[in-house]
Ligand binder design. Structure first.
Ligand SMILES: Cc1cc2nc3c(=O)[nH]c(=O)nc-3n(C[C@H](O)[C@H](O)[C@H](O)COP(=O)(O)OP(=O)(O)OC[C@H]3O[C@@H](n4cnc5c(N)ncnc54)[C@H](O)[C@@H]3O)c2cc1C
Length: 294
């Protein structure tokens, strides 16, 4: 049994090192200045797909919907061992909420041919909604298993997955194809292979080659040349996918992110709690009073 997998990966602002000039005077974060990273859960999702390919054979395809900059993320997928990568990018995809994002990704997946498994991270560290995986499965009308922490077995007619639940775990069996969202603890991503990095660091998307080409004709020649060397990162625009503008990007998004503010914890207004039962009792009373719990 071969296993062909598609992995949905996202490039996210590195919210773990917010400092210096990314902080605006009003305490909000200038996201455009944040360095970007490979969404941690997605790197683990890619590792699970690569591991299954190494054990059963097949192909691993990584896809991302993102701006031109996301070419970097796809090169990292190649360095880890992905066989194929695709960039889904278009100005019309900007401002997409999870409904529009999952619509666009599901339409792209329909064009990538047959697959046995789709892997996604449980959630992205920026939007944090954990919605895109399940929504994509719904649009593709395939079953889904979320919060997966281990693939126990894979056969022609099905798969066995261990998933985390609140007070423990459960073992689920499913037919294929299936979409799985993966927990960060499910595996340790393999390091980039130096040989692959040297061979594939010149891989380019259409948007990156556009910067090198003086004319549309020259661009097509460049793409053909890169593709012949296995260095062209397939790039899909809304037109290439043939999908509805009204369902993409901000047009297709009932949810609009109005403003993102980071909670800046300051030292003002803190109080010392004496480590006595009375002290802690008073603290609990005030927390209940302020409806923090109870
Ligand atoms: C602070 C903040 C709050 C937001 N709140 C909402 C909200 O309440 N509702 C809403 O609809 N939108 C919201 N958004 C917009 C939302 O972030 C985007 O729609 C985003 O593209 C997908 O949602 P997510 O980041 O929550 O991803 P999640 O649903 O958490 O991502 C889960 C997995 O889906 C895959 N995935 C997600 N995005 C992509 C992509 N672009 N390409 C490939 N794979 C991908 C990855 O495998 C990822 O691990 C918010 C954005 C921000 C920054």
């Amino acid at each position: 049994m071969k296993c062909n997998s598609i992995v949905m990966v996202k490039q996210v602002p590195d919210t773990s090192n917010i400092s210096g000039d990314v902080m605006r005077p009003d305490g909000t974060v200038n996201r455009a200045k944040l360095p970007t990273v490979f969404n941690p859960d997605d790197k683990v999702a890619l590792e699970l797909a690569l591991d299954l390919r190494d054990r059963f054979g097949g192909k691993v395809t990584a896809i991302t919907m993102g701006p031109a900059k996301a070419g970097e993320l796809l090169r990292e997928c190649l360095y880890m061992g992905a066989d194929e990568v695709h960039l889904i990018t278009d100005r019309n995809f900007g401002g997409a909420d999870t409904l529009a994002t999952s619509y666009t990704l599901s339409e792209a997946i329909k064009q990538l041919g047959p697959y046995d498994l789709i892997f996604a991270g449980r959630q992205a560290i920026d939007g944090d909604t954990a919605q895109v995986g399940p929504q994509t499965a719904e649009k593709l009308r395939i079953p889904q298993i979320t919060y997966a922490e281990k693939i126990l077995d894979l056969k022609e007619d099905g798969i066995l997955v261990k998933r985390r639940i609140d007070d423990g775990y459960e073992i689920l069996e499913s037919s294929l194809p299936l979409l799985i969202t993966v927990l960060k603890e499910a595996a340790t991503p393999r390091p980039f292979k130096a040989r692959r990095l040297m061979a594939l660091k010149r891989a380019r998307t259409r948007l990156e080659l556009e910067k090198e080409a003086a004319s549309p004709g020259e661009l097509e020649k460049l793409i053909a040349d890169y593709a012949s060397k296995g260095l062209y990162i397939r790039t899909w625009s809304r037109e290439d996918l043939g999908i509805e503008l009204e369902r993409c990007g901000i047009e297709g998004s009932p949810t609009k992110v109005h403003k993102i503010e980071s909670v800046v914890l300051s030292s003002e207004g803190h109080q010392q709690v004496p480590p006595t039962s009375e002290g802690i009792g008073n603290l609990l009373d005030s927390l209940i009073e302020e409806h923090f719990f109870g």
